[in-house]
Design a protein around this ligand. Structure first.
Ligand SMILES: Cc1ncc(COP(=O)(O)O)c(C=O)c1O
Length: 399
């Protein structure tokens, strides 16, 4: 018998080698208690959270929690069915209404996760014989959507406008083309030049889908994302997003003005062949989305936090993923996995949680300490965080 798990031997070896150095497993941390969007108890110690995607701090919002509790009482714990059978409750429809209001668009479709939204929409739109043109650093769910649909993948260099144009011009003029972009790329926290890219897509007859997972709620005047900030929201064909970041719960969606959009509900397999989200989740999502429409002050504070952390880390001598703060993600580049894991552990010992990211999830084989800020972090917490980075960085020789 061939052991089908033996292909993972190199990874098992790498993990064992790392743990043998005395570093704790950075991928099995437990949040023993969560006190607020910015503080949890980890290993019995009060820890500042700087590695969640809770950008707008909605997880503990009183109205959001209350809406969830009420829906749980009134509608029960789950739907036990697909959206196209018994799994569409009033709450699912209301959540889609909330998304249409939020984006000022004609159609919205809610999925059980953002991963499934990308998987479903991309695989349904682009089938055999069609082309998906994507940024090489695209999220796994985008690649998986291409694989599931069997479309031809054409990747271009990260955020490179000319490379995108060259690839598009080489494709047959009459072929189906879907360009998939992200507003904010989650590893380095950098923003896409959507203005130029969307123009080029239109000039070359391609439809455009933008994944705004890391920008919804925060970037743009109304929090609609990078498409709004760069004034291309009316030119993109589909926006994909998630409820697992700024919205503060779980779920995914696609919004669009395409007149034939509603047919996707019948042909999109990751929408049809899975159970719909529990009504309590729908109620928390709708409440959160509607509150995010009027959260200009929180957006402004989150920008202050992000800029302050970026400047402070740079002043301490760390190498960062972007020359200035472009989003709520600040990536600290570590020389290698071993140093990254040591630094991660030293920060945790100080009382700070950040994300350790490593290949293959990262671009160019980088090891990153990814910091994501929250609108609920106080300015004093950002000062504390910088102090912790200084102490940990000196202790492990990273600065
Ligand atoms: C760009 C991007 N798209 C989609 C997703 C998937 O979102 P979800 O957590 O809702 O599955 C993520 C999650 O990290 C993401 O970063």
């Amino acid at each position: 018998m061939t052991d089908l798990l033996s292909k993972f031997d190199p990874l098992i070896h790498e993990r064992e080698t790392l743990l043998a150095t005395g570093v704790k497993d950075p991928f099995s941390l437990v949040m023993e208690e969560v006190l607020s969007p910015t503080v949890a108890i980890c290993n019995g110690k009060e820890t500042i959270l700087l590695g969640t995607y809770n950008y707008m701090g909605m997880t503990f919002d009183d109205d959001v929690r209350e809406a969830g509790i009420q829906a749980l009482r009134e509608f029960g714990s789950g739907t036990t069915g697909s959206r196209v059978l018994n799994g569409t409750y009033a709450g699912h429809r209301d959540c889609e209404e909330a998304l249409k209001e939020f984006y000022d668009m004609d159609h919205a479709m809610v999925f059980s996760t953002g991963y499934q939204a990308n998987l479903g929409i991309i695989s349904t739109l682009a089938g055999k014989g069609d082309y998906v043109i994507l940024d090489i650093d695209s999220h796994a769910s985008i690649y998986d959507g291409c694989a599931m649909g069997n479309a031809e993948i054409v990747a271009f260099r990260h955020n490179d406008v000319e490379a995108l144009e060259k690839r598009l011009k080489r494709l047959p003029a009459d072929a189906g083309k879907l360009v998939v972009l992200e507003g904010v790329y989650s590893m380095l926290g950098d923003v896409a030049p959507l203005k130029e890219m969307v123009r080029i897509c239109k000039e070359n007859g391609a439809m455009v889908l933008v994944d705004e997972a890391h920008s919804m709620g925060f970037i743009g005047e109304n929090g609609r994302g990078v498409c709004e900030a760069q004034d291309v929201i009316d030119d993109v064909d589909f926006i994909i997003g998630t409820f697992s970041k700024s919205v503060g719960t779980v779920g995914g969606f696609c919004v669009s003005n395409h007149p034939k959009f509603e047919i996707l509900r019948l042909v999109c397999r990751p929408y049809v062949f899975t159970a719909s989200l529990p009504p309590s989740v729908m109620a928390t999502a709708s409440t959160s989305i509607r509150k995010l429409m009027h959260s200009g002050n929180k957006r402004a504070h989150l920008w202050e936090n992000s800029k302050k952390l970026h400047q402070g880390l740079r002043d301490l001598g760390f190498t960062l993923g972007t020359p200035e703060a472009q989003s709520a993600i600040i990536a600290v580049i570590m020389p290698d996995l071993e140093k990254g894991a040591m630094m991660w552990q030293a920060l945790l010992a100080e009382g700070l949680y950040v994300n350790l990211a490593r290949p293959p999830a990262t671009p160019a084989n980088m090891t990153l300490l990814r910091c994501s800020l929250c609108a609920e972090h106080t300015s004093e917490q950002v000062d504390q965080i910088l102090g912790m980075f200084e102490a940990a960085g000196k202790a492990v020789g990273a600065i």
